[in-house]
Every structure is written in C-alpha cells, then in structure tokens.
Write a protein that binds this ligand. Structure first.
Ligand code: SAM
Ligand code: DTB
Ligand code: SF4
Length: 331
C-alpha cells in the first residue's frame, strides 16, 4: 500500500442522494428553503449583471453535443479569428454603459495556445482598466497559463462541469469530466475565482441533475459563480432534437444550487429568454441573483436589454453594484 492509499478520500460536502432529497421536496417547501438561504446571504432584490462577448467564434476541435461552435457539426456558425483588443474594448465600454459590472470573454478553443493567450491577457488588462470585473472562458489550461491570467488581473475563470459525471461521456467524448476538474484545480491554485456551472435539459435524469449540483457544491472551495444554462437547442448538433424540459424542473435546479452553494452568485444563463417572465420570476425567488445581460450570448440571442429593464421594474429588482463599489460602501 503506498502512502496515498492511507489518505481517506475527502467526504463530499453534498452527496447526490442529499441533493435528490432536496429535488423531491414539495415545490413550496423547496422554494421557501432556497429563498430563506438567499435572504440570509444576499440582498434578495439585487441581481448581478454580466455581459458576454465571443472573442473567438467557431471551428472548435471538441465534440460537445450541445455546442454551435464545434467544427464537427454543421450549425451555420462560421469560424472566426481572435478579435482585436480594440474591438473587445469597444464592446466592454458599451456593456459598462448599459450597466454591466462584469465582462465575460469566451473563446471556442479546446484550450488556448500561448501566442493566443498573449492577446487574451491584453484584453483582460484593457477591460479591467475600464473598471469592469473580468472573466474568460478559454477551455482547458496548460500549466502556467492560469498564473499568467492571474498576473494580468483576471478576476474569474469560467469552466463548467456541464453535467453530472455519470452523463458527461454521453455528451462529450473529446475530453473528460476529470479534465474539467484538472483545469478548475489550476485556476484555484493560481488564486483566480471560479465560475462553474452546467446545462440542464440535455436529456439527463433528475439523478444526474442532482449529481451535477452535488459535484459543484463539493468543489472546495465552492465556486463563486454558478451559471445554470438551459440547453439552447442548436440545429445541426446531436442535441438539437432533445425534448422540452419542464420549466419547474429548471426552477428546482436553481433552488438546489442556491441551498447547496449559499454564498455563490447563481446565474440564469443560456436559455433565459425562452423561460419567459413568470419562470424567471420564480428563479429569482428560488435564489438566482445574476444574469447574462445584453442582446447576445456567444452565438445565439439573449433576452433583450429593454425587456430585462422592464422585467426588473416589474419585479422591483435592481442591478447589484460592482464589488469595488460594494467594498467602498462597506468601508
Ligand atoms: N470552449 C470553452 C469551454 O468549453 O469551456 C469555453 C466556451 S463554451 C461555449 C462555454 C459554455 O457554454 C459551455 O461549457 C456550456 O456550458 C455553455 N454552452 C455552450 N453551448 C450551449 C448551448 N447550446 N446551450 C446551453 N449552454 C451552452
Ligand atoms: C456559461 O455557462 N454560459 C455562457 C458562458 N458560460 C460562456 C455561454 C452560453 C452559450 C449559449 C449558446 C451560444 O450563444 O452559443
Ligand atoms: Fe463548444 Fe467549448 Fe465544447 Fe468547443 S470546447 S465545442 S467551444 S463547448
């Protein structure tokens, strides 16, 4: 027996069974519990606003079954070049003017080449100089890359577990759930905050949804941001014809994320427009407190800014001030 075998496996903070039990609660009990946890940790009427920009679109080597940007599927998304820093700065200024506090830059890569990372580092520095929080999602990182991102001032790295480990290989074959965990560990070790969530509605069982939430909640430390995406069915991808998910199951998933990760920003992400106002309102009640804000996601449309302004007015929601402002206010 080697020494490692003597170290007990770390007990997960949440088991799949424990999260399944939350899912099984009567709806009103679940939402009440989630709303109580939400109020204990956050202003329940404040919602954090992040804006997304695809800085490198399409032509990705990976085979993620949901993605419009995989080179393996005919989705009509053209392969683009990495944007110029000036274009990114222009989009970030516009996002700031609309009220976003965080700017998230996404690239359709398996992982960044060092030469491309140099340009992304410039983007991070320039966006940070505008007073915005910065986030990038670039795929798997090689040793040293996370440290370079941290040195450039990156606040968050988005890298989703996407689904429960038992279902991962049914959706993606070109990389593994373990690969995702390895990149997340590098991001943490470099001192960058973690944005990590998943996609609901890919044909997974409730048990797999519970497993995803348990695996997210057992990351140590827990992710600071948890995007919950509803599958956007992209024609040409293997998941294009998946059936509708019961919207109340999406609300339950948000509630479970809130209860198990009380200090995280839980973000209504892809598919929010398709939820409609009433289901979004239930999600905010169940503890969602962040959205992607802006007329586009990466390659698909988002709820429109004007529609979101009207929804916030109807619900009495307000944008959450940026971290810098919150700290200044507290001090
Ligand atoms: N290539 C990098 C990666 O895979 O981590 C970064 C970009 S990738 C587009 C970022 C995330 O977008 C995925 O992990 C997935 O959660 C989400 N996503 C992509 N396509 C989606 C879709 N059709 N519906 C819902 N979420 C989607
Ligand atoms: C995340 O969890 N969702 C965002 C962001 N992180 C990068 C991406 C959503 C993509 C939706 C489909 C598209 O527009 O291509
Ligand atoms: Fe899409 Fe990212 Fe998968 Fe590439 S790695 S196919 S961009 S989700």
């Amino acid at each position: 027996m080697n020494d490692l075998a003597l170290i007990p496996a770390k007990t997960p903070a949440w088991t799949t069974e424990a999260v399944e039990a939350l899912f099984a609660l009567p709806f009103n009990d679940l939402i009440y519990q989630a709303a109580s946890v939400h109020r204990a940790h956050f202003d329940p009427n404040a919602v954090q606003l992040s804006t997304l920009l695809s800085v490198k679109t399409g032509g990705c080597s990976e085979d993620c079954g949901y993605c419009s940007q995989s080179a393996r599927y005919d989705t009509g998304v053209a392969r683009g070049q990495l944007l110029d820093v000036a274009e990114v700065v222009q989009a970030a200024r516009a996002a700031r003017a609309q009220g976003a506090t965080r700017f998230c830059m996404g690239a359709a890569w398996r992982g960044p080449k060092d030469r491309d990372l140099d340009t992304v580092l410039e983007m991070v520095r320039a966006v940070k100089d505008l007073g915005l929080e910065t986030c990038v999602t670039l795929g798997m990182l090689k040793p040293g890359q996370a440290e370079r991102l941290k040195a450039a001032g990156l606040d968050y790295y988005n890298h989703n577990l996407d689904t429960g480990s038992d279902f991962y290989d049914a959706v993606v074959t070109t990389h593994s759930h373990a690969d995702r965990l390895a990149t997340l560990a590098q991001v943490r070790a470099a001192g960058i905050r973690v944005c990590c969530g998943g996609i609901i509605g890919m044909g997974e069982s409730r048990r797999v949804r519970a497993q995803l939430i348990a695996e997210l909640a057992s990351l140590d430390p827990q992710p600071e941001s948890v995007p919950i995406n509803l599958l956007v069915r992209i024609p040409g991808t293997p998941l294009a014809t998946r059936g509708d998910l019961d919207p109340l199951e999406f609300v339950r998933t948000v509630a479970c994320a809130r209860i198990t990760m009380p200090r995280a920003h839980v973000r209504l992400s892809a598919g929010r427009r398709e939820l409609g106002e009433a289901v979004q309102a239930l999600c905010f009640l169940a503890g969602a407190n962040s959205i992607f804000y802006g007329d586009r996601l990466l390659t698909t449309g988002n709820a429109e800014v004007e529609a979101d302004r009207q929804l916030f007015a109807k619900l009495g929601l307000k944008p959450e001030p940026s971290e810098g402002r919150r700290c200044a206010g507290a001090g």
